[in-house]
Design a protein around this ligand. Sequence first.
Ligand code: CA
Ligand code: CA
Ligand code: CA
Length: 355
Amino acid sequence: MRILYFIAFALVVSCSKNNIEEHCFITKEEKPVYVEKKPYTVKEILEKKPEYLQIIDLKEYRSFKKDSLEFRDGFSEEKVKANKEKYKLFNEKFPDYFSYSGYYRDGTILYALGSSELGFWLLKIENDKPSAYFLGLSFSHYYINDIQEKPIIKDGYLQFEGSLVKIIKVPGLPGYDDYSAIEDGKLFKIKLDDLMKDSDQDGYNDIFEEAFALNPDNKDTDGDGINDFEDMNPLFKSEKNKFSELYTLLLPSYAEDIDFKKSHYTFEVFKSDCDYFHQISPEMRVLFISKDDKKRTYYTRITDVTRNGVSNMKRDPNNANRFYISKSGSSYQNDYAAEYKEGKWVLEMIGGIVI
Ligand SMILES: [Ca+2]
Ligand SMILES: [Ca+2]
Ligand SMILES: [Ca+2]
């Protein structure tokens, strides 16, 4: 029996070591396999819809086609100007990247619908204080009309019109996704109490925390002493080591005039299971999702929220201090040789592709 325990212990130890090796380093050449995901049917979307969401069929409505065509064609200079004026206060109060629709004023409280690369939000400005509440509705399944003809806040509910949609991705051709409606004429309703619920009072609503695997019952998910709302890397403890520094070096660069500390709702999402990558100290807010579908939340399984990536590392067989690593965005990939010399990384670009 004692021997068995010992073997089990040895297995656990070697397993965690292998995990870093397997999750951070490329051991064998692998060609990326593209698996086409079948879009959900209306029935499947309705079966999997969040409990807090009510969907009502409308008799009269703006179709997806009408709404998206009018919106795209409607970019006249006056319209852009009028829109800018309408959402001026939102632009001032939210330093984040949102596009706005559905403006509504309730006394002194201002509301708007916001959409970002993460998904849809309800934005509120009350007593000059901005708050954003994540709706948890994937743009892979839901389309919100850009023109909302009725007030978006009514009787304690957020309500908006739109369609159920599907996205068909064209591999290797970013921006060529086929986005179309599968059922028009929906009124979506969410009780404001459900939407605004923030159990741990850290500033992020429960729906957001659940969608991105943060802890909705703990202000400090990774236990590093910094609350989720202030933490630039809220899912994992940052740690300074050789490889976390390499990953930090390879992060995307952003315009310097943006104050990311104040942009609480703007995140870069990376797909990686590598501990060293998780330990970065980024300037921009980051979230991580697993490469393994099964380890992701429902929201991040069905919603493509990653824009940029940094690959695993490949060891140089002849030089223990030299590694190969690449970074990629929606339209490029840069390949680097990274050499660790006298406590510093020296990066050399050795190739890449532009799409
Ligand atoms: Ca919270
Ligand atoms: Ca939390
Ligand atoms: Ca934290």
